[in-house]
Design a binder for this molecule. Structure first.
Ligand code: GLU
Length: 280
């Protein structure tokens, strides 16, 4: 059977969009045209009767653009202040656009402690379940204004895999500024070949992940995406890495068409989210 066919049956889908896919590179301000397409795609998945959770970056980038900072925020305080400004703006736009499609959008901000602590993880899961039950679209980000180094997820690639594992999603889609996984860095090696499907994420593939993200906004490179694939796979969540340049790719992916790299999950018999979290 074509392994892509299984994507048609996914019911609980987590979609992660990176900052570089949401803002204009030159100014850091939100790309409203792209956001409209993203919101329409997600609303349509809801209309198909499926559940969607959006993990959206962009708080820091949007805050920095709003505050008209001359340079990219450098210190922790600067980033946290920008996130405080940007997260609100980001949600304001999401709420407005989702309302146009008569969708309920909800905000969930988390830190690593939310998942490490048994009681708060339990409550977070209950909140996700209740929101999905209400037919809402949870929009998740790291709580950047209070998350300092010790309690940092690191990047939203990891966060989205953790959320997918927590809520028992069946598909995680990571949309970024890369088409998927190549045998080498395609920007440096013209012979690098695209990898369509990964059925086993072995050490060789993990080492191929390069640390650089290639963009001036956002944090996650290929290494963090492969780490996310490892976590998601162990939790039984299939994952697709695709280019977020055109968000129409979302419905194409869930129609089982050939877009991005598909990572087939290999669920671990005894999967403990906490063990994975401690490695981050
Ligand atoms: N949480 C950060 C933000 O919203 C982004 C982190 C990431 O892109 O990995 O600005």
């Amino acid at each position: 059977m074509n392994l892509r066919e299984r994507l048609k049956d996914k019911q609980r889908i987590v979609i992660k969009v990176g900052s570089s896919s949401l803002v204009h590179e030159e100014t850091g301000a939100l790309n409203l045209t792209k956001l409209e397409i993203l919101v329409r795609e997600i609303s349509d998945i809801r209309n198909m009767g499926k559940e969607v959770i959006l993990v959206s970056s962009g708080a820091i980038a949007v805050g920095a653009a709003a505050a008209k900072l001359a340079e990219r925020p450098g210190t922790t305080e600067e980033k946290q202040a920008c996130a405080a400004i940007g997260q609100g703006r980001l949600m304001m736009i999401y709420q407005k656009l989702f309302m146009e499609y008569n969708q309920l959008a909800a905000q969930i901000l988390m830190t690593k402690n939310t998942v490490l602590d048994n009681l708060s993880r339990h409550h977070a899961l209950n909140t996700f379940r209740e929101l999905l039950h209400m037919g809402a679209i949870p929009i998740v980000n790291e709580n950047d204004t209070v998350a300092t180094y010790e309690i940092h997820f690191g990047d939203n690639d990891s966060l989205s895999a953790i959320v997918a594992a927590l809520v028992d999603a069946d598909l995680l889609i990571l949309l970024s500024d890369i088409d998927g996984l190549y045998t080498d860095d395609p920007n440096q090696n013209p012979h690098a070949e695209f990898i369509d499907i990964v059925t086993e994420l072995d050490q060789h593939l993990l080492e191929m992940g390069k640390e650089s993200s290639g963009s001036s906004v956002g944090t996650g490179g290929m290494a963090s995406k492969l780490q996310a694939a490892q976590l998601a796979g162990a939790a039984g969540v299939d994952m697709v890495i695709a280019n977020g340049e055109d968000f129409h790719v979302i419905h194409k992916i869930i129609q089982g068409r050939n877009h991005g790299t598909l990572f087939i999950s290999r669920p671990e018999k005894e999967f403990y989210l906490i063990d994975y979290l401690e490695q981050l």
